[in-house]
Design a protein around this ligand. Structure first.
Ligand code: TXA
Ligand code: MG
Length: 334
């Protein structure tokens, strides 16, 4: 790895044909640069004690859309939001006594809590995939904590690997998978835990949603009872559960090249000049993904019962995630 080259930004560069990914050192200069990039809506991979996370500003639709694009995720799974301490977590989610007890016992550390989302949390709806709950984590890794403090806001971060590949536990792994697709990676050496955080659901009863860095037994000791089994972290992604969040009241017609009489037209690209709303006039997939949930809601309000026609979206990159959501929106209603 090319580090410590005397570059004033404490960065060396891995260049690809698509772009440049800076490799930042985990000192004050590198962390200030990383925080700046996050403020600009760019993506920065950083070490946690579990795996390297691919961080973006959790309040920015564009930054979160970029996470899905960089990972080439076919779907908008809900992401874990990283914060520096429990006080910051309380500004995003509602904590009851049980949540307070578990947080006091295991944070900072490799535990993620799924809690009711505060209405005033200010997160991009892409982070929670439109759910009323949010997954929160206070990592213990000193570099992650320093970055979160320097940035001063919530950071959405899935593992920093292309979708379907193994999670990264070294900065080199991140470069191997995502070089040229993200702005920077902070090199904090190897991750101590190496598997993702345990996810504990605390909405409507405690449930283990994903085994991980904290053993279930330790959680059960803290809770004072065995954990419900059979929960699945993938559950919120089940079509039936998500469909209700995205299905507009109006019928949805996909692959519409023009408006038919009476329709509201949600366009995409430069040809849809006549559209009522355009997800991205320049056919930019990041912009379209960032606008998607907002525009579907706006279209539904404006259409007031008329059918909504949606332009075709190319089935590659972020387009696959956009089309996945649009197909759910257009699916026959129960
Ligand atoms: O160790 C980790 O947790 C790593 C490091 C980077 O912190 N992060 C990580 O994040 O694994 P991510 O975004 O890949 O984990 C997302 C998973 C989702 O697939 C889902 O299973 C669960 O977290 N999740 C997120 N929000 C949820 C919610 N509201 N309800 C239930 N599960 C949720
Ligand atoms: Mg992952």
């Amino acid at each position: 790895m090319r580090k410590g080259t005397g570059n004033p930004n404490a960065a060396s560069r891995a260049t690809t044909e698509c772009g440049v990914t800076q490799e930042l050192t985990p000192d004050a200069t590198g962390l200030a640069r990383a925080a700046d990039l996050l403020r600009q809506g760019q993506l920065v991979a950083f070490p946690t004690e579990t795996v390297y996370g691919l961080g973006g500003d959790a309040r920015s639709d564009t930054a979160v859309a970029r996470i899905f694009e960089a990972k080439d995720r076919p779907r908008f799974n809900p992401l874990i939001v990283h914060v520096p301490d429990t006080a910051a977590a309380r500004r995003i989610a509602l904590f009851d006594d049980l949540a307070e007890r578990v947080a006091a016992a295991f944070w900072p550390g490799p535990l993620t809590l799924v809690l009711p989302l505060r209405p005033d949390a200010g997160l991009s709806p892409l982070v929670t995939a439109g759910l009323d709950s949010v997954a929160l984590r206070v990592p213990a890794h000193p570099v992650a904590r320093a970055l979160l403090t320097a940035f001063g806001g919530p950071v959405a971060a899935p593992s920093a690997n292309p979708s379907g590949r193994v999670s990264p536990t070294r900065a080199r792994h991140v470069i191997d998978g995502l070089s040229g697709r993200i702005a920077a990676v902070v090199d904090g050496g190897a991750c101590a835990v190496g598997v993702e955080s345990t996810i504990l659901g605390l909405v409507g009863g405690a449930a283990l949603l994903r085994p991980g860095g904290i053993p279930a037994e330790a959680l059960e000791d803290c809770l004072g009872h065995p954990l419900a089994t059979g929960g699945s972290a993938e559950r919120p992604n089940a079509p039936g559960q998500l469909a209700s969040h995205y299905a507009p009241a109006s019928a949805v017609r996909l692959n519409a090249l023009a408006r038919q009489q009476g329709e509201f037209w949600l366009g995409f690209g430069p040809d849809a000049t006549d559209a009522d709303l355009n997800l991205s006039p320049s056919a930019d997939m990041v912009e379209a993904a960032a606008n998607l949930f907002h525009y579907l809601r706006q279209a539904d309000t404006a259409a007031s019962g008329r059918p909504i026609a949606v332009s075709p979206i190319p089935e590659h990159g972020l387009g696959r995630a956009i089309n996945d959501r649009l197909r759910r929106a257009a699916a026959p209603r129960p």
